[in-house]
Design a protein around this ligand. Structure first.
Ligand code: ZN
Length: 140
């Protein structure tokens, strides 16, 4: 027999509701042609994807404000150069706000190379966890 737990929405904290929502969310590959700009919260960062023949790159899963999710494969040079150093220096992590705009393509300065896809990335780190003194007073 299968037991189905019915969660009462009223009993859930916003955090729980958010977490539950994630289990039902599909992270579809980001297509800048359809959605040139987005802003959302970083849900996951996975290294080592090698789709598309661009070499290994990160996939960043993003929770969008409308409840949908997307997966951004960071293989284009101008996107990589803005994302990878931040991940490696721990300046981009799960929970941070991220905004990305695809600015179209620009002819490569190297003759014979494909046009470059241009991106602009903005990141706002999540607030650090509240710290407390040993007597329980919050650190301002
Ligand atoms: Zn990929």
């Amino acid at each position: 027999m299968r037991i189905r737990i019915i969660l009462m929405a009223d009993n859930l904290t916003p955090e729980m509701r958010e977490l539950l929502g994630r289990t039902e969310r599909e992270y579809v590959g980001w297509d800048p042609e359809i959605l040139p700009t987005f802003v959302g919260t970083v849900a996951d960062i996975v290294p080592g994807c090698d789709c598309g023949g661009y070499g290994e790159h990160y996939i960043i899963s993003v929770d969008l404000p409308d409840g949908n999710g997307l997966a951004m494969h960071c293989f284009h040079t101008t996107l990589r150069s803005q994302i990878e150093p931040k991940i490696k220096q721990s300046r981009l992590g799960v929970g941070d706000l991220i905004a990305v705009s695809h600015k179209g393509t620009k002819d490569s300065s190297v003759k014979g190379h494909n046009a470059m896809n241009m991106y602009s990335v903005a990141i706002k780190p999540k607030a650090p966890p509240q710290q407390f003194f040993s007597d329980g007073r919050p650190v301002e």
